[in-house]
Design a protein around this ligand. Structure first.
Ligand code: NDP
Ligand code: OXD
Length: 319
């Protein structure tokens, strides 16, 4: 029996967790962890698989025999932009650990806006004790742009909390209890949303989609007074100058951002100090390292058994 191909791990996140996770991962295979300085000059010829997130520049120059690439996250915009990217199957990370984390974040942000967390924080800073009028979740409609793995799960959990949910995607979906819209039906969808949630991949079509024109089409006069924008997809989909203005002029009442045009967010960004904004450092749904390696192992087993790889990325669609 021929020896199992090694696996290259070229991940630019959580180095300690990666090292720990690798202790029990890929049984029977050698692992070349490129975060480990002693692995940098290793001969990478003859290696079939690479797991990557912002890999070192020389990966594709040195690993000439790769057969399958695995994204360290659900999004693949960072992989598709890599110079010298070989024309190989690309598998993205889909796993309940990631999906659950994202839904927790989305539900938390929707609830924080519903329960006027930002306003209470402002009052607290001034030692003001003043209960605000409290709408119910059922008075609000959350519109999710991107009804894929993450959007669909978030929709289900928001429904359980009592929100009305509508969804928009490229192709029409049939999801129980959720009114769905596709492609050209965008304006009709926006007109229903009190809270807009972005869970879109970054592609040529979605770059800059969250702009002044779009914000102006959201439903106004609902139970929160003005619309809320929440984005955990990619920062490249939001036009930050437009977003800033919308937040300053009341076109948007508030926002929650996990992703930004430039990350880490520059210290000069006005977003840091805005008091109608919740923000987190691109951590809405970090990849669980053990789950990531288990998922890659499963896909390698399928590949070597001649079965189809799951969660393959379409190069044409860009996600
Ligand atoms: P999926 O590929 O499962 O879903 C993407 C959805 O976006 C699909 O419903 C797709 O439509 C829709 N879509 C894509 N392009 C368009 C378009 N031009 N017009 C309308 N709809 C469009 O991805 P996931 O749900 O797994 O992940 C979504 C994104 O979330 C990732 O790409 C990543 O950028 C981001 N992410 C962020 C994380 C964070 O921590 N902040 C963590 C993980 C992911 P259709 O169904 O018709 O194809
Ligand atoms: C991802 C992310 O795409 O964490 O998985 O952004």
């Amino acid at each position: 029996m021929s020896a199992k191909s090694p696996v290259i791990v070229d991940l630019r996140f959580h180095p300690e967790q990666v090292r720990e996770g690798l202790k029990n991962a890929f049984p029977g295979r050698e692992v070349i962890n490129r975060a480990d300085p002693s692995s940098r000059d290793r001969d990478l010829s003859g290696v079939d698989y690479a797991v990557l997130w912002k890999p070192l520049d020389d990966l594709f120059l040195r690993a000439k025999d790769l057969k399958v690439l695995f994204s360290g996250g659900a999004g693949v915009d960072h992989v598709l932009q890599l110079p010298g990217l070989p024309d190989l199957p690309l598998v993205r990370f889909v796993d309940h650990t990631l999906t659950t984390r994202m839904s927790e974040w989305i539900v938390m942000q929707c609830l924080m806006h519903l329960r006027q967390h930002v306003a209470y924080e402002r009052q607290r800073a001034k030692k003001v004790w003043a209960p605000l009028t409290q709408p119910e979740a059922s008075e609000l409609t959350v519109g999710i742009m991107g009804m894929g793995v993450l959007g669909t799960d978030a929709a289900r959990k928001l429904k359980i909390m009592g929100f009305n949910v509508v969804g928009w995607s490229k192709s029409k979906k049939d999801i129980q209890g959720v009114e769905t819209f596709a492609g050209p039906e965008l304006d009709a969808f926006l007109g229903k949303a009190d809270i807009l949630v972005g869970l879109l991949p970054l592609t040529d079509e979605t770059r800059g989609i969250f702009n002044a024109g779009l914000f102006s089409k959201l439903r106004r006069g609902g139970a929160l007074g003005a619309p809320i924008f929440i984005n955990a997809g990619r920062g490249g989909s939001q036009v930050e100058a437009d977003l800033l203005k919308a937040l300053q002029t009341g076109v948007l009442k508030g926002a929650s951002l996990d992703v930004f045009e430039t990350e880490p967010l520059p210290s000069a960004s006005p977003f840091w100090t805005m008091d109608n904004l919740e923000m987190t450092p691109h951590s809405a749904a970090d990849s669980d390292i053990r789950a990531l390696f288990a998922h890659v192992e499963r896909q390698i087993e399928r590949f070597e058994a001649g079965q189809a790889l799951e969660n393959l990325v379409s190069r044409d669609a860009g996600y």
